[in-house]
Design a protein around this ligand. Structure first.
Ligand code: GDP
Length: 502
């Protein structure tokens, strides 16, 4: 490694700032136990404690004044987070107690840990690979259950194992070619050119599949942006409030009351969502403020991953709906919420509205478990609605669903519709193929490009060694994901995004 590293004992506060039950100061590195002896007074010195045990005692300053009562844990290398000797001092919570303990560790000779430095040592000491180190941070920052499950899978080594397998395959290919070059009497390439070519093709397909999972992976990690759109007074704010479980947007019977973008965070079936209620879009805004709101709405629709387009079942579709609809691109995943379906005379409007959207050029799958949804029939249940969606075939980008923001009717089916529209149905968060990091995606793309060049060289009938250069680049790209090939810059960049004390 091209990497000079200061491996003195490091110390940092591992618990978040603020008030809490306890705070933990962690020290790691050779000499941690002796260093802790300088400040911990208990029935035994830390250096005299048995490995992997706890002790109650006091932390004192050099004059003997007690800073706090603490529990000290001694963990011996290599069975620790960092694979180094580690001491954790649990003090009372709050910033002052832990701050005093940390200051005493530093004055006893420890160096203040950089952000992520404990995890960086776990990586440098070979306990975890880079993908696992990155998963630690993803897990800490996870905003959804699914995001956390993907991070745990990565932490367990799922992605690292897959990429290491790819790298090993490419390195074996290079070795086979080099044996052929060094010992021509062994034949040109062990296993033949055809096998080599097939191997490259398989690696390319596998790496490409991993890279293409990035969009979904990113969405699950960082959340999706969902815009609620439609002409004024169709019930957008009411839909937002129903989804957020509280009064978040202004609901008013007069059109044009939501003049800017109101945001909230919710979860759809475990997927974190930033929900944006946008100003109603209409042709004759009644003043400057609303025009600005409309401009913002159109921008938000463009930026969103999914649009919830609200129409009023009691009114049917009119020119104003179609005008608002013209701001939603056909390729944008969209769920048309046919709202106010609790009102009388709305029965049968759902299919009619869905059909009308179809005639406007939007391929819409109408989700209705009962088939004859109306005020007097049962609400579409989620399972029934999705059975209809399944019958439609692979996920469409547009779905229509009868709901009532007033009574909650139909909202059960929305979770499933969202997952369908975003193509998240087949996603297995415990599968290895969920790439959540742009760094991993870029490296996989580089590997695919390099493998394609190698494969093209072979297909063009060039000698096998012409493929080696591309294969080496691919192996380096794979190695940069797991950390088998890394530079100091890369490691610095990755760990600088961590929190202090982790
Ligand atoms: P926005 O302008 O699109 O945000 O619409 P609002 O959410 O402000 O709602 C406009 C009016 O429609 C209000 O009077 C709401 O109470 C009413 N409304 C909204 N959703 C429903 C619904 O599902 N059923 C009925 N009956 N009225 C609704």
């Amino acid at each position: 490694m091209d990497f000079a590293y200061d491996d003195r004992v490091i110390a940092g506060i591992s618990t978040p700032p603020g008030e809490g039950g306890i705070s933990v100061v962690r020290m790691s590195g050779e000499g941690s136990f002796a260093l802790a002896d300088a400040l911990f007074k208990g029935a035994a010195y830390v250096s005299g404690m048995a490995p992997h045990t706890l002790r109650y005692g006091k932390v004192t300053d050099p004059s003997g004044r007690v800073a706090d009562q603490v529990i000290v844990s001694r963990m011996d290398a290599p069975r620790t987070y960092t694979r180094e000797d580690t001491v954790e001092i649990s003090s009372h919570g709050g910033d002052l107690a832990s701050g005093r303990v940390l200051a005493l560790c530093l004055s006893a000779g420890a160096r203040l840990a950089q952000p992520g430095e404990f995890t960086m040592r776990a990586f440098l000491n070979g306990r975890i690979d880079l993908t696992q180190a990155e998963a630690v941070m993803d897990l800490i920052k996870a905003k959804s259950d699914l995001g956390a499950r993907i991070a745990v899978r990565q932490l367990e080594g799922g992605l690292g194992d897959a990429v290491r397998g790819l790298r090993r395959g490419v390195l074996a290919g290079i070795a086979a070619i080099e044996v052929g070059i060094d010992f021509p009497e062994h034949g040109e390439v062990e296993g033949g050119m055809e096998a080599l070519s097939e191997g490259l093709g398989r690696a390319m397909a596998e790496a490409g599949a991993l890279a293409s999972g990035y969009g979904v992976g990113r969405a699950l990690r960082d959340g999706l942006a969902v815009a609620i759109a439609g002409k004024p007074n169709v019930g957008k704010s009411s839909v937002m409030n129903r989804l957020c479980g509280g009064a978040r947007s202004i609901v008013d019977a007069s059109p044009g009351t939501t003049r800017d973008v109101v945001e909230d965070r919710v979860s759809f079936g475990g997927v974190p969502v930033r929900l944006m209620d946008t100003a109603g879009i209409r042709g004759d805004p009644d003043g400057g403020v609303e025009s600005v709101g409309i401009g913002l709405s159109v921008g938000r629709i463009g930026d969103s991953d999914l649009v919830l387009f609200v129409v009023d079942a009691s009114a049917g579709l009119d020119a104003a709906d179609l005008l608002a609809l013209s701001h939603v691109p056909n390729e944008k995943p969209t769920i048309v919420l046919i709202n106010k379906s609790d009102l009388p005379l709305c029965g049968g409007f759902g299919p009619a509205i869905a059909a009308r959207l179809g005639s406007e050029g939007h391929k819409v799958a109408y989700l209705d478990g009962s088939g004859t949804f109306g005020p007097d029939t049962a609400a579409p249940d989620a399972a029934g609605a999705l059975a209809v969606a399944d019958a439609v075939g692979p996920p469409e980008k547009w779905y229509a669903l009868c709901v009532s923001a007033l009574t909650g009717l139909g909202f059960d089916a929305l979770d499933g519709a969202v997952r369908h529209a975003l193509g998240l149905d087949g996603l297995d968060p415990e599968g290895v193929g969920v790439v959540t990091s742009a760094r991993h995606r870029d490296a996989l793309d580089r590997a695919v490009t390099a493998l394609r060049e190698a494969s093209d060289a072979i297909a063009a009938g060039m000698p096998a060694d012409c493929a080696v250069e591309g294969m080496r680049r691919a192996a380096r790209a794979f190695g940069s994901i797991t950390g088998e090939d890394f530079t100091g810059d890369l490691v610095g960049e990755i760990f600088s995004g961590f929190c202090v004390g982790k």
